[in-house]
Design a protein around this ligand. Structure first.
Ligand code: SAH
Length: 371
C-alpha cells in the first residue's frame, strides 16, 4: 500500500505551512496538529475536501443505508412522545456530513405529523463546504445552521443526534519516555530530512495521578490518549439537557474504558495513510473514549444510557423489521438491504466497534435502544 503522496496525489499545501511554522516556533502538540489538519481555515480537511461517500475517503452508516437515519428519526419521535409531546423542539445534528442522516430522519418523522410540525431541524457544522451540501439535501425542511454547539437555541427541548462527530475532535497523546515519566507527544521536524515526525516534549508531566490504576505501570513507549474537546461536548450537552430537557445520542467507534495504545488514524480514499504525509488531505480521527465521555457527563449532572454496540442499538430500534419491509417493497433490492443490514449490525462489521451512548436529564425517561 503506497502512501497517497507516493501514489501521485496532489501535494498537501498544509504540509509546507506546518513545516514552516514548526521550523519557526518549535514542535506542536498532536492536538494542535489534528486541529489544523481538520479545520485549518483554508486547507483543513473538512474545509477543502469532499470527504464522505463512495467517491470520498470514507463511508459512514447513514451513507450505507437509509435505514440508519430513519431509525434515528423514529428514535427522536419516540422520545418526543415519552416526554409528553412538547409543542416545540429542536432536532439537532452535530457534524451532519452530507445531510443524509437528517434527510432520512425527517422523512421517517413525517409518519408522526404532530412531531414533524413540532420540530425545527438544527445542523451544527463547521465546514462551509459541507453546509452547502446539507442545504441542498434539506431544501424546504425549514432547517437552521450553526457553526457551534453554543449557538443551538435554548428555548425548547433538544433531540440530538451525533454520528461520527466525536471521533473528529482532537486528542492529546501522552507517551511514557525512557525516563519512565509521561511526556506530551508532539509533531516536530526531523533534523536530517526536514520531514515531520512524532517526538516527545522533553518536559515530564506529573501525569500518573491522573491515569486509571491499570495504566500506571505501563512500560516506556506506551501511549495514552485523552480528548478535552470530547469531554467538553459531554459537559455542554449535559448542561443543555438539564436546562431544556430532551435526549442526545452519540454513535461512534471507540472503547468503553481507557486503555493503552494510540488510535489516531488517517484515511484517504478508503485506505489508511500516514497522518504526517497527508495533513489536510486525509481524514484524521481517533477512537472515542466512551468511559471518560460518560464520566464527564455524569459529573455535569446528566443521566448516561449505554454505551451499547451499534448492532444491539439498531436491533432494539427495529432494524430487522425495517429491512424486511424494504425487501418486500422492492425485491430487486433485497440483496443490497441484506448487505447493509450486515454491515451496520454484524459484530465483525460495525456492530460492536461502533457504540451508541445517550444522555438525558437525570429525572427524564429512558430513551429507546438502551434496555
Ligand atoms: N455525521 C456524518 C458525518 C461524519 S464526518 C455522517 O455520519 O456521515 C464529521 C462531521 O463533523 C463533518 O460534517 C465535519 O465537518 C463535522 N465537524 C468536524 N469537526 C467539527 C467541529 N469542531 N464543529 C462542528 N462540526 C464539525
Amino acid at each position: 500500500m503506497g502512501t497517497p503522496a507516493e501514489s501521485g496525489v496532489k501535494a498537501a499545501p498544509l504540509l509546507d505551512i506546518l513545516r514552516r511554522r514548526i521550523a519557526a516556533e518549535g514542535p506542536i502538540t498532536v492536538t494542535a496538529f489534528m486541529a489544523d489538519c481538520l479545520l485549518h481555515p483554508e486547507h483543513g480537511y473538512y474545509r477543502s475536501q469532499s470527504a464522505i461517500g463512495l467517491h470520498g475517503d470514507f463511508i459512514t452508516a447513514p451513507e450505507i443505508s437509509q435505514m440508519f437515519g430513519e431509525l434515528l428519526g423514529l428514535w427522536a419521535a419516540d422520545y418526543w412522545q415519552r416526554i409528553g409531546e412538547p409543542e416545540k423542539c429542536y432536532l439537532v445534528e452535530l457534524g451532519p456530513g452530507r445531510g443524509t442522516l437528517m434527510r432520512d430522519a425527517l422523512r421517517a418523522a413525517r409518519a408522526l405529523p404532530a412531531f414533524r410540525r413540532a420540530l425545527i431541524p438544527v445542523l451544527v457544522e463547521a465546514s462551509v463546504r459541507l453546509r452547502d451540501q446539507q442545504q441542498a439535501a434539506l431544501t424546504g425542511e425549514g432547517a437552521i445552521w450553526h457553526e457551534q454547539i453554543a449557538a443551538i437555541p435554548k428555548d425548547a427541548p433538544l433531540l440530538l443526534i451525533a454520528n461520527e462527530f466525536l471521533d473528529a475532535l482532537p486528542v492529546r497523546q501522552f507517551q511514557r519516555g525512557d525516563d519512565h515519566a509521561w511526556h506530551e507527544r508532539c509533531v516536530g521536524l526531523d533534523e536530517a530530512s526536514g520531514e515531520l515526525r512524532f517526538m516527545l516534549d522533553p518536559r515530564a508531566l506529573p501525569f500518573d495521578e491522573l491515569l486509571p490504576q491499570v495504566l500506571r505501570d505501563s512500560p516506556p513507549g506506551s501511549i495514552v490518549e485523552s480528548s478535552p474537546p470530547v469531554r467538553a461536548v459531554a459537559v455542554e450537552i449535559s448542561a443543555r439537557l438539564k436546562a431544556q430537557g430532551g435526549a442526545a445520542v452519540f454513535i461512534d467507534y471507540g472503547y468503553a474504558s481507557a486503555g493503552i495504545g494510540e488510535t489516531l488514524q488517517a484515511v484517504y480514499r478508503h485506505t489508511y495513510a500516514d497522518p504526517l504525509q497527508t495533513p489536510g488531505l486525509a481524514d484524521l480521527t481517533a477512537h472515542v473514549d466512551f468511559g471518560s465521555f460518560a464520566l464527564a457527563a455524569k459529573r455535569a449532572g446528566a443521566a448516561v444510557h449505554g454505551p451499547v454496540g451499534q448492532g444491539a442499538f439498531l436491533d432494539q430500534l427495529g432494524i430487522q423489521a425495517r429491512a424486511a419491509k424494504l425487501k418486500r417493497d422492492n425485491l430487486a433490492q433485497a440483496g443490497d438491504v441484506d448487505q447493509a443490514l450486515r454491515r451496520l449490525t454484524a459484530p465483525e462489521a460495525m456492530g460492536t466497534l461502533f457504540k451508541a451512548l445517550a444522555l438525558t436529564a437525570p429525572e427524564s425517561p429512558q430513551p429507546a435502544g438502551f434496555a
